[in-house]
Design a protein. Structure first.
Length: 303
């Protein structure tokens, strides 16, 4: 398998990174968490203009008809830059589950969310979505959002949805969502590692840069290794997404991404100290995003 990204994929990733880095995503995330949706919706529209929402929507339905590999390129950037909103639902699951005019709406940037038991029984950001769906038996139906549930990630608003029940239907859509979640975790883990390396490279204690201590270097090296082990599993799963081994491959990718990103968050918090967990410090936003995503679309025990 050739895991090298094409020039087009690298250019797409660069364009997304530039867009999101200019948007001050930590500030957008805090506004979203506090109920001010306007900055997040504006950013969502800019992502839609870049083609994120249309990536895997078929060309005949107004989308780009792109590959799963194109999708993970985008979602790694989204995780690295802390994008908000039901992106996995709108850009990964629903394009594989819906048909007809609803696909065109997704391609144009409609924000939609879905509850899929058992992997994600609560609908993310149903208070902001223009359409809320539930998988009920062998069907996907429009549904009403109910009671809100708290999330460890304050930027993720979770809602009960009427009609959702346990189902093995829409396997292809679920596999695509699990793959996208894995890529988002990888991006978040990479960001945590980058920020932690930068911090320990300038933080002094007892007159010495703390990053010079071998024990800390070993911890950071363990994170680097874990992320590097997860990456080829995610890339490989994107290439086999339409094969008979897709469910196995995306589960392996999600498990590896869970473990790598969680290790990045744990080491990042340990090396930053208590400041890393405060709401005012940006690192905490990524730490809690990782904690939430490791449970989303199937936790490690599930996979």
């Amino acid at each position: 398998m050739d895991f090298r990204h094409t020039e087009e994929q690298l250019g797409f990733a660069k364009a997304l990174t530039e867009l999101l880095s200019r948007a001050d995503t930590p500030a957008v995330a805090r506004s979203w968490a506090d109920g001010d949706k306007e900055p997040g919706l504006a950013l969502w529209n800019r992502l839609a203009e870049q083609g994120v929402c249309a990536l895997i929507v078929p060309e005949d339905d107004g989308g780009m008809g792109a590959s799963a590999t194109d999708l993970i390129v985008a979602f790694e950037v989204l995780g690295n830059q802390l994008a908000v909103g039901p992106l996995i639902e709108s850009a990964a699951f629903l394009p594989k589950a819906l048909t007809g005019s609803e696909l065109g709406d997704l391609a144009e940037g409609a924000m939609a969310t879905v509850a899929v038991a058992p992997v994600t029984p609560l609908a993310l950001d149903a208070d902001a979505a223009t359409a809320v769906y539930a998988v009920s038996g062998d069907a996907i139906i429009k549904a009403e959002a109910g009671a809100q549930h708290a999330s460890v990630d304050i930027t993720r608003h979770l809602f009960e949805v009427a009609g959702v029940d346990q189902s093995d239907a829409f396997t292809d859509a679920t596999n695509m969502a699990i793959l996208a979640c894995s890529a988002e975790l990888l991006g978040a883990g990479e960001r945590l590692l980058t920020d932690t390396v930068a911090y320990v490279s300038q933080r002094k204690q007892y007159g010495r840069i703390i990053g010079s201590y071998q024990a800390l270097k070993h911890q950071l090296a363990d994170v680097r290794i874990a992320l590097d082990f997860a990456r080829p599993l995610i890339q490989g799963a994107s290439l086999t997404i339409d094969s008979a081994t897709a469910a196995r491959d995306v589960s392996a990718a999600k498990l590896a991404a869970n473990e790598a990103a969680y290790l990045a968050s744990r080491v990042g918090l340990q090396l930053h100290g208590a400041i890393g967990y405060t709401r005012e410090f940006d690192l905490g936003l990524w730490i809690n995003r990782v904690r939430a995503l490791t449970a989303a679309w199937g936790d490690s025990n599930y996979h």
